[in-house]
Design a binder for this molecule. Structure first.
Ligand code: ATP
Ligand code: MG
Length: 331
């Protein structure tokens, strides 16, 4: 991979990264309509490039089997989390990716510490895990609606007003622990404007095939817009760290949000730079010996190696190409 390309991607995502320690005011610092001077038609090609780079790096990540990647996606309702996952991961081998969506916690989940259910869905080595909503709900919806905190039945000494600052600290340390153990954590916040959310809700109501996506609860949540913006700003200020940074992705234009999300993920994978394992000389010699044995097993008339270039030129295309798939016709 060219360093120049890696540099271009790093430059592209730099304005989206929340500088660790900076104080974020979402409405003032980030524009949901920003598109870096790009046009939608440039976007198609860029996303295609991003998707194919992701496929290549994910294959190497799985082969190396040393690092895992956790991508946390947060957004307000209709922010585009589902579409982002669908498009960005479209070229990736499904065996190497695990997507988990987090909803209102179940009774069993509430019976544990608040990070438990997220820990259960972490990536294994070689895997990319995507959290569609994440442990950050614990300082967002739980903060905006404190009745959620009451349901968690914390002891009195743990549920005072310092609970949010404590959770930020605990989350930062947990992510540090994961990073130190080979699991890279990156976090994307899809930043949607209030007006674009209104337009998307209207679309969900008008189009029958989108009705299932609409929930009256979403409109109730919309009334708490300012409280959510405050909770987002506080979260971004407290939990963007050197080891697990937040990226605020402008989300009013879906095509641009998808390019940004792909770029952020590719950047992380490039940073890991996973390599296909080298099996070593001894194992290589053993492979070559097995190869010779397999060649000797070729039936009379068959090429020793049907996939070798000269053999497929001589035999393969003519002989095997015309062969019927089914040997015996049914009577
Ligand atoms: P969609 O885009 O399909 O609407 P969604 O992520 O909004 O996807 P929903 O089933 O609509 O999924 O909503 C899940 C709900 O669960 C959200 O309102 C979210 O705030 C809530 N939720 C997630 N985590 C928690 C939590 N820890 N405590 C309370 N509520 C939570
Ligand atoms: Mg929803």
């Amino acid at each position: 991979m060219s360093d120049e390309r890696a540099e271009r991607i790093a430059d592209f995502i730099e304005p989206l990264r929340v500088k660790p320690g900076s104080r974020v005011h979402l409405g003032r610092d980030f524009d949901p309509r920003f598109k870096a001077g790009l046009k939608k038609r440039d976007g198609v090609e860029l996303l295609r490039t991003g998707v194919s780079l992701l496929a290549e790096y994910q294959d190497r990540l799985a082969a190396q089997d040393t690092y895992g990647v956790l991508l946390c996606l947060q957004a307000i309702d209709a922010g585009g989390k589902d579409g982002t996952i669908r498009h960005v991961m479209s070229g990736v081998n499904p065996q190497g990716v695990k997507v988990s969506s987090f909803k209102v916690p179940s009774a069993e989940e509430l019976d544990h510490d608040y990070l438990w259910r997220y820990a259960c869905r972490l990536p294994t080595r070689g895997e990319i895990a995507i959290f569609n909503r994440s442990h950050y709900e614990e300082v967002l919806v739980v903060r905006v609606h404190p009745e959620n905190l009451a349901r968690q039945r914390l002891p009195e000494e743990s549920s005072g007003p310092d609970v949010w600052d404590r959770r930020y600290r605990e989350i930062n340390r947990w992510e540090r622990y994961l990073t130190d153990n080979g699991f890279k954590v990156l976090k994307i916040f899809l930043n949607l404007s209030e007006e674009e959310q209104r337009a998307r809700f209207l679309k969900r109501i008008d189009r029958p095939e989108k009705n299932w996506k609409f929930s009256a609860a979403d409109v109730l949540e919309r009334r708490r817009w300012d409280d959510y913006q405050d909770a987002f700003s506080a979260m971004l200020s407290a939990t963007s760290t050197k080891w697990a940074p937040w990226y605020v992705v402008p989300a009013d234009r879906k095509w641009f949000a998808r390019i940004c999300a792909a770029a952020v993920l590719v950047h992380t994978l490039m940073d890991i730079d996973p390599q296909y394992p080298d099996v070593g000389d001894e194992a290589r010699q053993a492979l070559l010996a097995t190869r010779r044995d397999l060649e000797r097993e070729a039936p009379a008339g068959a090429p020793a190696d049907p996939y070798s270039e000269s053999a497929s030129r001589r035999h393969g295309k003519k002989k095997h190409g015309k062969k019927k798939h089914r040997k015996h016709k049914r009577g």
